[in-house]
Design a protein. Structure first.
Length: 202
């Protein structure tokens, strides 16, 4: 029992050091983050989405990419709000964020107009690297933060509301005084722009 407690304390200290490194923008810390939690995050996302046949592997990757953007947005606000003193492990908290991101994405699919179910989703493969894969290849979490600085104030506000705070499209539309259709259009344009910028930097 004493050995188990000691191992748990060491692991907790490791998570605390990892969190400090993530917030500081340490490349090593972000590499450790992917090594430790990638499988956990994908497992949590897949557990939520596996019941829906229309969810493809591209959808799962998009959920993961959205989660990363949420972690990086607003000066890493989500990471800064984690409090180990409340009794939660960082791994459990990351898993919960992944589950919430998956449910948010499924809700967005129900609202998105003219979206047809994708058949044979398992056979779909994207030959072009996704933003997530490029970010992992670069292993620089701060790269996205730097890119967001080059966006217009309106686009940064959109990223903060939609990805950072996780507001519903209707709420984003009301806050920014735009239509819901514009919210969906802006979401796809921003993701495409990030992908192009990442590809250019690779």
């Amino acid at each position: 029992m004493e050995t188990d407690t000691l191992a748990c304390d060491v692991d907790d200290r490791g998570e605390a050091q990892l969190l400090e490194g993530l917030i500081a923008g340490s490349e090593r810390a972000w590499r450790d983050f992917h090594t430790r939690y990638d499988r956990l995050i994908y497992r949590c996302i897949t557990k939520v989405t596996s019941r829906f046949s229309f969810v493809s592997q591209d959808d799962i990757r998009e959920i993961y990419a959205t989660l990363l953007v949420q972690l990086l947005s607003n000066d890493m606000h989500k990471l800064r709000t984690f409090d180990a003193s409340r009794g939660s492990r960082l791994s459990s908290w990351i898993g919960l964020l992944a589950v919430n991101a998956a449910y948010d994405y499924l809700r967005s699919l129900r609202r998105e107009p003219n979206r047809a179910p994708v058949t044979e989703a398992e056979s779909l493969r994207c030959e072009r690297p996704s933003p997530l894969e490029l970010v992992e290849r670069q292993e620089r979490a701060e790269q996205i933060e730097n890119m967001l600085r080059s966006f217009s104030a309106k686009d940064r506000e959109f990223v903060a509301l939609y990805f950072g705070e996780g507001l519903e499209p209707e709420e984003v539309a009301e806050r920014m005084n735009i239509s819901v259709k514009t919210v969906y259009s802006k979401k796809h344009k921003i993701q495409s722009r990030l992908e192009a910028m990442l590809a250019q930097a690779a």
